[in-house]
Design a protein around this ligand. Structure first.
Ligand code: UDP
Ligand code: UDP
Length: 477
């Protein structure tokens, strides 16, 4: 009698914000497609409505294959976290401090785990938990291989500093030259909280996580050879830091069926798509700064003027509040009725959460003005859309350097971080025209799209890696 093959069971632990949840659920879907049983552990309550809606759609699409487990967080006293009022950051901190509550959840699982995949923000806090587990642990890194190289290399930089307590403001020089990676990282591109005087939680997290990456069994990256071959190789060949676990380029993680919204809940998407249907191929600019960046009040008017003057139609998603649950103002109150009607003559402006992929994949969309969040960047690449990047914070300047270097995007470097100054409407119009009319960008974006589709398609690098891992886990079961 043949013994049934052990089922492969993978658990995922996500953190906060769509920028972490979407890639987690897309990777989870890849494992579902390969016949694995999946458990999704969700920190509750979620920060945004967009997150809870997406989780509900996944679970109702796969009622039998996905087990959803709530990870009820211990509320955090915000006064115990220094210098932040960012609700996403507070959630990371709450998750990090509630992690000990995971042990009973994990030991109550009905089938043993083949692998545990945890979000990038949990590299260190999860260690005491995984030490008690028998299955391998993987980090799902939500940023680029360039950012992972920075994260891994920071501990080497700190160790080379002779000060008793090395501080990033001192050991980060004018530029960081990471071994194996040609393009240096200028000091001005480093995520701003890392270079603040004193200490903050971001610095603590990076410094703690940097040496701890080695304690995991692998890192999943939403990236691929043609986009970041050099950094992926440098990481995997031990050039950046010796002893890192395998870094798996399983990207680009493409949108999945379950992300589709019901007809009844489509809201503004229906008419955005109708408007796009009326436009010529490649003639519309899509503008969005991601799901957690509120457009600065003093910048909104110039953004509007820039779009009106750029000569192209547009879809502009404005976020007035960082967290969607708190949106309470109308766009007209902020922009004024005159500007609103001028905007509506030329394009579409909304403040709702949109289905970004549906916009990017529409043939009328030719360019994307983005803050450069890694998901937005990889989604645009997957759809062959040219990019104008305006970094607002975090790792986004790393992404800007990478895009400029690979020829699929331009970087409005002179605008600095989005938080630094008000960029005038005419400057914005100029840069949009430059992106939209640039034929080399269009060709390069098309080539990168083909490479992206190959990487995530049948027989591509993602499939090869996932199949190999599944076989390995089965052997070790
Ligand atoms: N997103 C979306 N609709 C919106 C805003 C964002 O679908 O109105 C999605 C976007 O497609 C991406 C994610 O939310 O998958 C945002 O992640 P990213 O890394 O680009 O930026 P973040 O929001 O984390 O800064
Ligand atoms: N952040 C922080 N402390 C943390 C984690 C994040 O202050 O422990 C802030 C920081 O300002 C950073 C931002 O959150 O710039 C977003 O971090 P990241 O880009 O890594 O998250 P993502 O955009 O991928 O959600």
């Amino acid at each position: 009698m043949s013994v049934p093959e052990p089922a492969v069971h993978v658990a995922f632990l996500t953190s906060a914000g769509m920028g972490h949840l979407k890639p987690c659920l897309r990777l989870l879907s890849v494992f579902l497609r390969h016949g694995c049983k999946v458990t999704l552990i969700i920190p509750k309550p979620t920060v945004t409505l967009a997150e809870s809606n997406l989780i509900s759609r996944l679970c109702s699409s796969f009622p039998h294959q996905v087990t959803q487990i709530d990870f009820n967080l211990t509320p955090l006293d915000p006064t115990t976290v220094n210098a932040t009022n960012d609700p996403f950051f507070l959630q990371y901190e709450t998750i990090r401090r509630s992690v000990h509550l995971l042990s009973p959840i994990l030991s109550s699982l009905s089938t043993s785990l083949s692998a545990f995949v945890v979000d990038a923000f949990l590299v260190s806090p999860i260690l005491p938990i995984i030490e008690k587990m028998t299955c391998p642990s993987y980090i799902q890194f939500t940023s680029s291989a360039r950012m992972l190289s920075f994260l891994a290399y920071v501990s080497v930089l700190a160790d080379s500093d002779s000060a008793a307590q090395p501080h990033p403001t001192k050991f980060v020089g004018d530029a960081i030259q990471i071994p194996g990676i040609k393009l240096p990282i200028p000091r001005s591109s480093v995520p701003p909280p890392f270079l603040l005087e004193g200490t903050n939680s971001f610095q603590r997290m990076i410094m703690q996580d940097s040496p701890n990456l080695k304690k995991h069994d692998g890192v999943f990256m939403n990236s691929f050879e043609e986009l970041e071959g050099e950094a992926l190789a440098a990481l995997n060949e031990g050039k950046v830091v010796k002893g890192l676990p395998p870094v798996y380029g399983i990207g680009p993680l493409m949108a999945c069926e379950f992300e589709n919204v019901d007809e009844s809940q489509k809201g503004c998407m229906s008419w955005i798509l109708e408007r796009l249907n009326e436009r010529a191929e490649g003639s519309v600019v899509y503008v969005s700064l991601g799901n957690r960046t509120e457009t600065r009040r003093d910048q909104i008017k110039d953004m509007a003027l820039g779009l009106i003057a750029c000569g192209y139609s547009f879809v502009w998603v404005v976020k007035l509040k960082r967290v969607d649950r708190e949106e309470d103002e109308g766009l007209e109150d902020v922009l004024g009725s005159e500007l609103m009607s001028k905007l509506r003559e030329k394009g579409v402006v909304v403040k709702e959460f949109v289905d970004q992929i549906k916009i990017l994949e529409h043939p009328a969309v030719g360019g994307f003005v983005t803050h450069g969040g890694w998901n937005s960047v990889t989604e645009a690449i997957g759809e062959g859309v040219k990019i104008l990047i305006w970094p607002q914070g975090a790792d986004q300047k790393f992404n800007a350097e990478l895009l400029r270097n690979s020829g699929v995007g331009i970087w409005a470097e002179e605008w600095g971080w989005g938080t630094q100054k008000v960029v005038e409407g005419k400057e914005i119009a100029k840069r949009i025209k430059e992106m939209m009319s640039n034929e080399c960008l269009r060709v390069k974006a098309r080539e990168m799209k083909d490479a992206a589709r190959k990487a995530c398609g049948v027989g591509g690098s993602c499939e090869v890696i996932i199949k190999r891992l599944i076989e390995e886990w089965k052997r070790n079961a």
